[in-house]
Design a protein around this ligand. Structure first.
Ligand code: HEM
Length: 453
C-alpha cells in the first residue's frame, strides 16, 4: 500500500507505529521512491530486535574479549563506537558481558527516546561502582543512582536550588571572588616561556575551592599552597583514580559484586578516603550551622545551600550528606575538564579568543558584580561553550532503560531488555555539512556560527 504524502517530510519524521500497536508489526517510513523528489509513505515491516546489526560476540564475555587481552583500549572506546556507527548504521546492538546495549545515533531516534521518558525516566547509574559502594556503606544512594518514585522525591526536593539559573546566580559573587584568586595564582605559575605547566591539576583545585565555598562558605585553601593545597591535590588525584578504576570495572563481568578483587579493594580504599574527607567537611559545617541556629546568630543567607537542604522535610540526614558530597565533588569530573577543553580550544583559535575577550570587555565592569542579566547578554560566550561541548563532550552518551516497547530505526526494541545508549556524539559528525572544518578543534571559528550568536 502506498500513500502519497503532499508535503516534504524528513525521513525519520514518520517512524511511528500505525494505530500505536506493535501487534500489526508495520511501521510507516518515508522513502524517496520516485524521481521528482516527492516523499512517499510506504509500510515496511518492523524488523525484530535480533536483526539489529552489531559486532560479533561470544558467550559470557560478549564483545569484551579484545579489551581483556589488550587488543583494544578502554580509553579509545568512543572511537570504537564511532566505527560501529560507520560500519553498522544508526542502530547498533552490542553485547557487553551479560548486558545488551543498543547504540542509537540518529538525532530523531534520540529525541524519540527522550520523548518516551515521561515524568520519571529510568536512568542507569553513571558509576555502578559508586552505587555499590554507597549501598555497602549504608549511605543514601544519591540522585544519579535511583529511579522511579524515590528519584522523583529527591529530585523534586533539590530541583529549585540546584537547577534554576536564578538560584544558581546567588553564588556568582562567591565564584567571582574565587576566580580572581585563581587568576592571580595562574599568573604566579607562569614560567619563563609564558606557560602554566600543571593546568590539569590547577583547574580542578580551582573548581574544588569554588565548590567548597558554595557548600561550606569558607575557603579550603585549595589555591593557597601548603598543607591545605596538598590535601586538595590529593582529593583531586583520588577522584581521578576512582573514575579510571570505575571505568575499567564497567568493562568487566562485575564479579566484584560477589568477590572483593584486588582492584575493587583499591577502589574501595580510594572511595573511603574521598568520602571520609568530604563527609568530615560536611558534618563540621552542619554542626556549625546547628550551633548558629541554636544561638540565634545565623545571618540571612548564611549557609544558603545547607540551610535549604535542611529545611526540606523530604530529605534525611543521609540524603543531605550525599547531595552535598555531589555538589562538592562532581565538578571535578565535569566542570574541570570542560573548562580545560574551553581553554584548549581558545588557545588554538586566537581569533575566537579575541572576539570573546571583546564581548566580555563590553559587558563586564571589573568593579561591579556579575549578574544573571549580564551572563544572558553574552551570546558569543554561550556559543563558544556549546561548540566546545561538541568537541569535548563530558559524557560520551546518555543512557536509558526504556519502560515501553519502541521502534527505533525500523527495529523493534522491547522494554526493559536493553540499555539505550544515546550517542550525542553523532551530532559531531552531523554538523559537518556546511562546508567548513567543523570536525577539528582548529575549525572552532567557523563552526561557532552554527549556534546563531
Ligand atoms: C560541564 C558540566 C556538566 C555536564 C555536561 C553534566 C552533564 C550531565 C548529564 C548528561 C547527566 C545525565 C542526564 C540524564 O541522564 O538525563 C547529568 C546528571 C547529573 N549531574 Fe551533571 N553535568 C555537569 C556538571 C555537574 C555538576 C557540577 C554537578 C554537581 C553539582 C552535577 C550533578 C549531576 C547529578 C546529581 C546528576 C543526576 C541527576 C538526576 O538523576 O536527576 N553535574 N549531568
Amino acid at each position: 500500500m502506498l500513500n502519497l504524502h503532499a508535503q516534504m517530510l524528513s525521513k525519520r519524521q514518520c517512524t511511528f507505529l500505525i494505530g500505536g500497536k506493535l501487534g500489526r508489526e508495520v511501521v510507516q517510513m518515508v522513502r524517496h521512491v520516485n524521481n521528482v523528489g516527492t516523499d512517499i509513505l510506504v509500510e515496511e515491516p518492523v524488523k525484530p530486535f535480533t536483526a539489529i546489526p552489531g559486532p560479533p560476540w561470544i558467550p559470557v564475555l560478549g564483545t569484551l574479549l579484545p579489551y581483556k587481552i589488550g587488543m583494544k583500549k578502554l580509553t579509545g572506546y568512543h572511537h570504537e563506537v564511532c566505527r560501529l556507527h560507520q560500519k553498522y548504521g544508526p542502530v547498533v546492538r552490542e553485547v557487553f558481558g551479560s548486558q545488551t546495549v543498543v547504540h542509537i545515533f540518529d538525532p530523531d531516534d534520540i529525541k524519540a527516546v527522550y520523548d518516551n521518558d515521561g515524568k520519571m525516566p529510568y536512568v542507569p547509574p553513571l558509576q555502578e561502582t559508586a552505587q555499590f559502594y554507597r549501598k555497602e556503606n549504608n549511605m543514601s544512594p544519591g540522585l544519579g543512582n535511583i529511579n522511579g518514585e524515590e528519584w522523583y522525591r529527591l529530585r523534586h526536593a533539590v530541583q529549585q536550588m540546584m537547577l534554576r539559573p536564578r538560584e544558581a546566580s546567588y553564588y556568582y559573587p562567591i565564584q567571582d571572588e574565587v576566580a580572581c584568586r585563581a587568576v592571580d595564582r595562574l599568573e604566579a605559575e607562569l614560567d619563563d616561556q609564558g606557560f602554566v605547566r600543571n593546568l590539569d591539576f590547577l583547574i580542578p583545585k580551582w573548581i574544588m575551592e569554588s565548590a567548597g565555598m558554595c557548600c561550606f562558605e569558607k575557603s579550603l585553601g585549595c589555591l593557597n599552597g601548603g598543607v591545605d593545597e596538598d590535601l586538595s591535590q590529593k582529593l583531586v588525584e583520588t577522584n581521578l583514580k576512582i573514575f579510571q578504576l570505575s571505568a575499567e570495572m564497567k568493562f568487566s563481568l562485575r564479579l566484584y559484586r560477589y568477590f572483593k578483587s584486588p582492584k575493587y579493594k583499591t577502589l574501595s580504599s580510594l572511595e573511603d578516603y574521598l568520602y571520609g574527607t568530604s563527609f568530615k567537611l560536611i558534618s563540621d559545617a552542619v554542626e556549625e550551622l546547628k550551633e548558629l541556629i541554636a544561638q540565634k546568630t545565623l545571618q540571612e543567607g548564611q549557609y544558603n545551600f545547607l540551610t535549604y537542604l535542611m529545611s526540606r522535610k523530604e530529605l534525611s540526614d543521609k540524603d543531605i550528606m550525599v547531595i552535598t558530597f555531589s555538589l562538592f565533588t562532581d565538578g571535578l569530573s565535569t566542570t574541570a575538564p570542560t573548562f580545560l577543553g574551553n581553554l584548549h580550544c581558545l588557545a588554538l583559535n586566537q581569533d575566537v579568543q579575541e572576539t570573546l575577550y571583546q564581548e566580555i570587555k563590553t559587558h563586564i565592569d571589573p568593579d561591579a558584580p556579575i549578574t544573571l542579566g549580564i551572563i544572558n547578554k553574552m551570546r558569543y560566550l554561550k556559543a563558544v561553550v556549546r561548540e566546545v561541548f561538541r568537541f569535548y563532550p563530558i559524557g560520551e552518551a546518555v543512557q536509558r532503560l526504556s519502560q515501553k516497547d519502541m521502534v527505533l530505526g525500523g527495529y523493534h526494541i522491547p522494554a526493559w531488555v536493553s540499555l539505550r545508549s544515546l550517542w550525542h556524539l553523532s551530532l559531531y559528525t552531523a554538523a559537518e555539512s556546511n562546508g567548513h572544518d567543523n570536525k577539528t578543534v582548529a575549525g572552532l571559528g567557523h563552526s561557532i556560527g552554527m549556534w546563531k550568536t
